[in-house]
Design a protein around this ligand. Structure first.
Ligand code: ADP
Length: 259
C-alpha cells in the first residue's frame, strides 16, 4: 500500500459473481418479484449459473414464489449457505424472518442485512446474480447502486398511469446513480378472456412501451395478465419452469438479456 492510501470500503460484489442485475419498480404489486423469479429460472434453464437475492426487505416474496423454505445453514457461523430451487441459488431476507412479522428497520440495519446477504452468503461461481429490489427509491436501492457494481437494472411496470409515474422516478434514480438501465418490462398488459378470447386492457395497454420509446430505452418484454403466472407464483414453481407460452416469453426475454 502506498503511503496515503485510504482503506477502501469492502466491495459489495461477491468475488465469484460475474454480473449483478437489479430488478426494480416504482410501485409495489406490479409483478417485480414475479419477473425476477421467472427471469432467474429462464436463465438457469438456458445453462447459466444464476443466483437470486431477495432484497425486498419489506415484503420478501421470493421464498414463496420459488417454493423454498427453511433457514439457510451457517456451518462455520460466518458464511451462510444459500438454498437451491429450480436450478437457482437463492437467498432471501425472508429466510431469516418469522412469517407475519413486520420489518421496521432503520437505514443502518437495512444496510447491514444487505451487506450480509451479498458478502457472507456463499454464492459460489455465478454468471448472474439477480437482485429483487424493494419498490421505490429508498436506502436499499441507493446502497446497492452505489456500492455493488451493478451491471444494470431492469424496471418493471404495469401500463397504468400511477405505476408509470412511479416507474419514471425509479428510472430517474438509476440515471442519477449512473446505473445503466437495460430496459423496461410491461407486465399485466392485455388480458385475454380464456372463455371467449376477447381482449381487455385492465391496467391499460402500451404505456410502458411508449415510455421506453420516449426515453430511448429497450423494451425487453410485454407480458399479459395471466392466471397461470399467478397460480405458479403462489404454488412455488415459477411459470418459466414449465413449457407454456409464458415460459417461452420469459425465455425470450432471458435470451435478450445475455446476448
Ligand atoms: P411486486 O414484486 O411488484 O410487489 P409481485 O411479483 O409480488 O409484485 O406480484 C403481485 C401479484 O401479482 C402476485 O400475486 C403475482 O402472482 C401476481 N402477478 C404478477 N405478474 C402477473 C401477471 N403477469 N399476471 C397475473 N398475475 C401476476
Amino acid at each position: 500500500f502506498g503511503g496515503h492510501a485510504k482503506p477502501q470500503a469492502a466491495p459489495m460484489k461477491p468475488s465469484g459473481v460475474q454480473h449483478i442485475l437489479a430488478v426494480g419498480s416504482g410501485k409495489g404489486g406490479v409483478g417485480k418479484s414475479t419477473v425476477a423469479s421467472n427471469l432467474a429460472v429462464a436463465l438457469a434453464r438456458q445453462g447459466r449459473k444464476v443466483g437470486l437475492l431477495d432484497a425486498d426487505i419489506y415484503g420478501p416474496s421470493l421464498p414463496r414464489m420459488m417454493g423454498a423454505s427453511g433457514r439457510p445453514a451457517s456451518p462455520d457461523g460466518k458464511t451462510i449457505e444459500p438454498l437451491q430451487a429450480h436450478g437457482v441459488t437463492l437467498m432471501s431476507i425472508g429466510f431469516m424472518l418469522e412469517d407475519d412479522k413486520a420489518v421496521i428497520w432503520r437505514g443502518p440495519m437495512l444496510m447491514g442485512a444487505l451487506q450480509q446477504m451479498l458478502g457472507q452468503v456463499n454464492w459460489g461461481q455465478l454468471d448472474v446474480l439477480i437482485v429483487d429490489l424493494p419498490p421505490g427509491t429508498g436506502d436499499v436501492q441507493l446502497t446497492l447502486c452505489t456500492k455493488a457494481e451493478l451491471t444494470g437494472a431492469i424496471v418493471v411496470s404495469t401500463p397504468q398511469d400511477v405505476a408509470l409515474l412511479d416507474a419514471r422516478k425509479a428510472l430517474d434514480m438509476f440515471k442519477t446513480l449512473k446505473t445503466p438501465v437495460l430496459g423496461l418490462i410491461e407486465n399485466m398488459s392485455l388480458f385475454t378472456c380464456p372463455d371467449c378470447g376477447s381482449e381487455h386492457q385492465i391496467f391499460g395497454h402500451g404505456g410502458v412501451t411508449a415510455e421506453a420509446e420516449a426515453m430511448g430505452l429497450p423494451l425487453l418484454g410485454v407480458l399479459p395478465i395471466d392466471l397461470e403466472t399467478r397460480l405458479c407464483g403462489d404454488n412455488g414453481t415459477p411459470v418459466a419452469a414449465g413449457e407454456g407460452v409464458m415460459a417461452q416469453a420469459y425465455a425470450r426475454i432471458a435470451e435478450g438479456l445475455v446476448r
